[in-house]
Write a protein that binds this ligand. Structure first.
Ligand SMILES: O=C(O)[C@H](O)COP(=O)(O)O
Ligand SMILES: [Mn+2]
Ligand SMILES: [Mn+2]
Length: 546
């Protein structure tokens, strides 16, 4: 059990953790939609409440290096677990480096399965080096290994990124990769990209937000239906011509065909590896492959394949059963321990981020702990630059009602706006997104105040804070030859705020800035706020009590 804190009995009101997704603290105001936004509530909080900066990227959240930006998975894992685990990106890279992945039963079954059938392995996944959901180097290593192990044919189904990497960078990956595959296609080995499309158009939906995306992906990758091109380079060029202004993540689907015949439909006896390591956008397509009774869309055909995920995406559901690398075993999360202490917990977000405050927060578990209540506000299914306010108001309504009910000691929510709109690269819309969060925050904090509670306001990583690509050398916003800036859609490497709004103690509470403090210090801070010591495995609290 968590021990009582001797120095502080805990606040009597509720403790609320508010995650403003994609709200970082930029080095420069140029290109910051946050700096450009009218945000009186946040301005007031920064001016009048204790606030510090937390590390939210790189090794502070379990990524391989400090050049890796943060993301929602690793950020919410760190907040919820109070600890830093080596994450999928690092675990897969290590398993490839030391060869453990090839020795594993799952890889051997993938190879053996393909050889027993038509000799084909399909690799489906996000085709970039963003290292948020996947890394193209992992794919390259698997292609080489498949060849070395005598597999005859590899087919790649490439989801174009432009969301974790620059918005029109697809050819930077496709052109060299097609050259690499051509170079490898000797001695009876045949490797090609067979299909693909923008990641926000096909296959990578999450949290049941838009199954039509997965349906389109299935038709593309499995059935080989869609506009045909001779190779992926021609497909990207052709689709860009047909859809001027469309950035990579939104490009339509494509199928590679020889003489009208798709080269990579997925058939009985093939092996399929979904090579993303991150789970949220991998679960739906995985279900379409592995579930016998599946009713989310009409699969038309359900090929009997040997399927593996790069990782297991959901431990509770064992989804999928076969995976190449074991996921981080996240234990002793704050959700679990607060539940054991009998504290009622409320979690809320809109669909796009609902799993972030539930599944990621609880260590990639889809089940609830005792005493948890989860509320999902359905997200719009629209391009979010058209509705930058998203569901901020409705999330605030749900949180206010939950606070006023008096039923919960601990509440948490995620405002998706800064991140989801930040990913569109639309500066003006991102500014409005931040303004919508500010407006909702103002109302929510009034409810916290009325209940005599405390709120911690933070973020999981940056996004809206840097809407222009930075020059790699100078780290200043890069300009096009005509002086305009290059829109940026990805997350940032910036720290995030932690603000303490104290309506409970008349100002006795503060936050301590340390050199290394990061998202994993929040769980212990929350424990202290309710009068408990942290669990021994959690990182230190940053709370001070006068
Ligand atoms: O999946 C996405 O939308 C992006 O790759 C990462 O964004 P998130 O980590 O904020 O979800
Ligand atoms: Mn996020
Ligand atoms: Mn994001």
């Amino acid at each position: 059990m968590l021990q009582k804190l001797s120095s502080f009995p805990g606040v009597t009101g509720p403790v609320v953790v508010i995650v403003m997704d994609g709200y970082g603290l930029p080095k420069s105001d140029v290109g910051s939609a946050i700096a450009a936004a009218q945000k009186p509530n946040l301005d007031r909080l920064f001016a009048s409440c204790p606030n510090i900066r937390l590390r939210a990227h790189g090794t502070a959240v379990g990524m391989p290096s400090d050049d890796d930006m943060g993301n929602s998975e690793v950020g919410h894992n760190a907040i919820g677990a109070g600890q830093v685990y080596s994450q999928g990106a690092a675990l897969v890279a290590d398993a490839i480096a030391d060869g453990a992945i090839w020795a594993g039963e799952a890889w051997q079954q993938i190879v053996a399965g393909a050889k027993a059938g038509r000799g084909v392995i399909h690799f489906i996944g996000l085709f970039s080096d963003g290292n948020v959901h996947s890394h193209i180097d992992h794919l390259k290593a698997m292609v080489l290994r498949a060849k070395a192990e005598g597999v005859a044919c590899v087919r790649i189904h490439a989801l174009l990124d432009g969301r974790d990497v620059p918005e029109t960078s697809a050819l930077d990956y496709v052109v060299p990769f097609e050259a690499f595959l051509a170079e490898q296609s000797t001695a009876g080995f045949d490797a090609r990209i067979a299909s693909g499309g923008g990641r926000q158009y096909i296959t990578m939906d999450r949290y049941d937000a838009n199954w039509a995306m997965v349906d389109r992906g299935w038709k593309t990758h499995v059935l080989g239906q869609g506009p045909q091109f001779a190779n992926a380079t021609a497909a990207v060029n052709g689709l860009r011509e047909q859809n001027p202004g469309t950035i990579d993540q939104d490009l339509p689907a494509f199928v590679i065909a020889d003489d009208g015949q798709p080269i990579g439909t997925i058939e009985d006896g093939d092996s399929v590896v979904f090579f993303n390591f991150r789970g949220d956008r991998a679960i739906e397509i995985t279900r379409a492959f592995v579930e016998a009774d599946f009713d989310r869309f009409d699969r038309v055909r359900h090929p009997q394949v040997t399927f593996a995920g790069m990782l297991q995406y959901d431990g509770d559901l064992q989804l999928p059963k076969r995976f190449l690398v074991a996921p981080p075993a996240i234990r002793d999360t704050s959700g679990e321990w607060f539940s054991k202490m009998g504290l009622a917990q409320f979690a809320c977000s809109e669909t796009q981020k609902f799993g972030h405050v539930t599944y990621f927060w609880n260590g990639n578990r889809s089940g609830k702990f005792a005493g948890e209540t989860w509320q999902e506000v359905p997200s719009d299914v629209v391009p979010f630059e058209q509705r930058p306010w998203m569901k901020a108001a409705e999330i605030a309504d749900a949180m206010i009602a939950a606070i006023q009910s008096g039923s919960y000691k601990l509440l948490r929510c995620n405002f998706a706006n800064g991140d989801m709109v930040g990913h569109t690269g639309n500066f003006r819309a991102a500014t409005m997104a931040v303004e919508a969060v500010d407006l909702a925050l103002g109302r929510l904090l009034q409810a916290v105040e009325a209940a005599g509670g405390v709120a911690l306001i933070t973020a999981d990583h940056g996004n809206a804070d840097e809407m222009f690509e930075l020059d790699k050398k100078t780290r200043q916003p890069a300009q096009n030859p005509d002086g305009s800036f290059k829109a940026k859609t990805a997350h940032t490497l910036n720290p995030v705020p932690l603000i303490l709004f104290d309506a409970a103690t008349g100002g006795r509470l503060g936050l301590q800035q340390t050199e290394t403090c990061g998202l994993s210090n929040i769980a212990a801070t929350v424990a202290n706020l309710v009068g408990y010591q942290k669990h021994p495995v959690w990182d230190e609290s940053v709370l001070t009590v006068a």
